[in-house]
Design a protein around this ligand. Structure first.
Ligand SMILES: Cc1cc2nc3c(=O)[nH]c(=O)nc-3n(C[C@H](O)[C@H](O)[C@H](O)COP(=O)(O)O)c2cc1C
Length: 212
């Protein structure tokens, strides 16, 4: 006699297996929102996006309007393999605002390079553009790699802003000393991008353990 229950069970197992295959997410694959702001170091975000993709993460680049003067969204879109957000009004396809979706989806918000201006915005909770709004809405860890003129970095306003952000749990990497694009030598250069990518990896794995 044919055991219909056994056939049913085995075909269900087959269906389940194929379904699992469709939704397979590679182990360790995380979503990184890479914020890029209007610094001369913005071109280095291309290599950073590329490294994060090589580390097998989903990378979503969000640029300030000023950042687009330094590097083209097309470059970052191609390297990150995802659309780049530069304005709230890019968001026409979904009922759900794209910046909130990215804020929820992020396992890490990495802002590199970060200008003096974005640091001040983050301190005050301004939400005038998608990157600032994502920083408010996300509950993911935030890693900031500043880049600016040494006098801007040393100014009491910036020093105070950095202290306030650190007190809220924002992590900083850099800046480092060296020759700056503005012609001065000093503390203000973007940290080495491979080390920023390494730090991002560490925070992503730590976050994983915290939520496991
Ligand atoms: C050529 C050039 C280079 C700049 N580099 C920097 C920089 O490295 N760091 C910084 O804080 N501001 C820099 N600025 C000034 C910022 O672009 C400016 O403060 C801008 O408002 C930042 O906007 P955002 O933070 O919204 O991108 C630079 C401006 C110019 C014209």
């Amino acid at each position: 006699m044919i055991d219909m229950a056994a056939i049913d069970k085995s075909s269900r197992r087959k269906v389940d297996k194929s379904l699992r295959k469709v939704v397979d997410i590679p182990p360790g694959r995380k979503s990184v929102v890479l914020g890029v702001t209007g610094s001369i170091a913005a071109y280095k975000s291309a290599e950073l996006a590329s490294l994060l993709v090589k580390q097998a993460h989903e990378v979503f680049v969000v640029m300030t309007q000023d950042a687009t003067e330094f590097i083209s969204p097309l470059t970052l879109q191609t390297l990150s393999k995802n659309p780049v957000m530069t304005s709230f009004f890019d968001e026409k396809e979904n009922w759900r605002p794209g910046h909130i979706e990215l804020a929820d989806r992020a396992n890490l918000l990495l802002i590199a390079p970060a200008t003096a201006h974005i640091l001040a915005e983050l301190v005050h909770g301004f939400a005038g553009h998608p990157l600032a709004a994502i920083a408010l809405a996300t509950r993911a860890p935030i890693l900031v790699a500043p880049a600016m003129n040494g006098k801007m970095w040393a100014h009491p306003a910036t020093v105070e802003n950095v202290e306030k952000l650190k007190a809220r749990g924002v992590e900083f990497i850099g800046p480092e000393e060296g020759m700056l694009a503005c012609g001065y030598e000093g503390l203000g250069r973007l940290w080495k991008v491979n080390e920023i990518a390494f730090r991002a990896e560490f925070l992503l794995s730590r976050h994983d353990k915290l939520i496991a």
